[in-house]
Design a protein around this ligand. Structure first.
Ligand code: NAP
Ligand code: HSE
Length: 433
């Protein structure tokens, strides 16, 4: 071990560069905090010749992961590569080599976090992952430590800045999904291939991590129901606003008896709740605990600066552990098997927008199908009438219905000869005070 704290960076991209810069720029503060300096000893990249805005001497860059992990001057591996492999293997090797780990990698933590945490605990090492969910917003620390006395009942969250930006643009400026996505790409929020964000994968990884911590048992990303935002249209935002709702890509985890719900999908959220007012690239997490009641965390969920805030803060916590040789002080408690409720059993209200032939008896036929499937209609709006096509646009809100009842009902409505188009089906998530 070096006399200071030696970092091995795996990745010097957007986040890795920011971590290197801030460790360098805050060297004096870090040394005062920890009683010894923190320095980047080695750093793994794909292309050492790429120009990068990081305070790392060129001779410390390498393309050989082992040269970083096995460097005797490296005490802590900071993994900011992204993707599952080779990142997962490198983290495992780092822990096996006795190195502490700080990672921002939600994909690895969602899929392999429980095993890696166990490996770290077995070896008496620390594994920090605050940056993996919500960028700079403190979430893992609070779940692990500050809220540990609670039974968590519910988590409602906006965990993806890119999609929240797109949805905000659609709601506030009446942009189409395609235009809002193109703008998000120009601004560098959305990737050239936006699938991971817009189809909800990124949010599902983050929810799997939060649900695992909240309910104290492994929730795999594949168990999280997932629907993205690419089917949403401008008209839905207009109707939602008129009805007092926003449309958000929500991550929802709830205790339901001895099971939990874990789902990611667009949802109508009451506009007069804070979660319904989170705009742009911001993220927010609303939790309900039996002792704390409701608590809300909000802030920048992505970007090199907020993400490096979480990573450098993890390094400070870890540095204190190193100073006292007291590692894994607050283990992630995973003492329960968690069963995720099948989506068919989830109960929700629904918003349905459809075009119908403008003639007598149409509404009665739709209402009859709902009745036959035990679905109660809460309200109906009829606004737009297209006299040339002799069709009208209906918006229908239901009371609570089981997903398993709703799906066949909606299929039967779609099959009606008087329904030329079912334009949108969106779940409604009613938050409680
Ligand atoms: P990035 O800009 O693409 O950087 C990735 C870095 O890893 C690059 O330096 C790249 O090398 C290196 N790299 C990737 N695969 C490699 C391999 N197989 N071998 C060697 N080097 C490899 O990514 P990022 O935006 O910094 O994100 C890093 C991590 O932070 C991801 O897990 C991401 O999910 C997480 N995160 C990011 C944000 C954000 O706002 N960006 C927010 C929260 C969490 P080259 O530079 O040579 O290409
Ligand atoms: N792509 C993510 C977002 C940031 O838009 O929130 C990384 O987690």
């Amino acid at each position: 071990m070096s006399s200071g704290i030696g970092l091995g960076l795996l990745g010097v991209g957007n986040v890795g560069s920011a971590v290197a810069r801030h460790v360098h720029a805050r060297a004096a503060m870090l040394e005062r905090q920890l009683g010894r300096p923190i320095t980047v000893q080695r750093a793994l990249v794909r292309d050492p010749n790429k120009p990068r805005d990081a305070s790392i001497p060129a001779d410390r860059l390498t393309t050989d992961a082992a040269a970083v992990i096995d460097d005797p001057n490296v005490d802590v591996i900071v993994e900011v590569l992204g993707g599952v492999e080779p990142a997962q293997q490198y983290l495992r090797r780092a822990l096996e080599a006795g190195k502490h780990v700080v990672t921002a990698n939600k994909e690895v933590m969602a899929a392999h976090g429980v095993d890696l945490l166990q490996l770290a605990a077995d070896r008496g090492l620390d594994l920090y992952f605050e940056a993996s969910v919500g960028g700079g917003i403190p979430l893992i620390g609070p779940f692990r430590q500050d809220l540990a006395a609670n039974e968590i009942e519910e988590v409602h969250a906006i965990l993806n800045g890119t999609t929240n930006y797109i949805l905000s643009q659609m709601a506030e400026h009446g942009r189409s999904y395609t235009d809002a996505l193109a703008e998000a790409q120009q601004l560098g929020y959305a990737e050239p291939d936006p699938t991971n964000d817009v189809e909800g994968h990124d949010t599902a990884f983050k929810l799997a991590i939060l649900a695992t911590l909240a309910f104290r048992g492994r929730v795999a990303p594949a168990e999280v129901f997932r629907e993205g935002i690419s089917q949403l249209t401008k008209a839905d935002f207009t109707y939602a606003a008129e009805l007092g709702y926003s449309i958000k890509l929500l991550a929802i985890a709830k205790r339901r008896g001895d099971t939990i719900e874990a789902r990611v999908h667009p949802a109508l959220v009451q506009r007069d709740f804070l979660l319904g007012q989170v705009e742009g690239v911001y993220n927010a997490v609303r939790i309900s605990g039996d002792l704390v009641g409701r608590a809300m965390f909000m802030g920048r969920g992505a970007g090199p600066e907020p993400t490096s805030s979480a990573i450098v803060s993890d390094l400070i916590d870890l540095g204190h552990n190193m100073r006292r040789a007291a590692h894994n002080r607050i283990p992630v408690l995973l003492d329960r098997p968690v069963r995720v409720l099948p989506m068919d059993e989830v109960i929700s209200r629904y918003y349905l927008r459809l075009w119908v032939k403008d003639r007598p008896g149409v509404l009665a036929r739709i209402a009859a199908i709902c009745g036959e499937h035990a679905i109660s209609i809460a309200s109906v709006l009829q606004k737009e009438v297209d006299p040339d096509a002799r069709r009208a646009e209906l918006v229908l809100l239901t009371h609570d219905a089981r997903e398993a009842d709703w799906r066949p009902a909606i299929q039967r409505i779609m099959d009606l000869d008087v329904v030329p188009e079912v334009a949108s089906v969106i779940r409604i998530e009613d938050l409680l005070e």
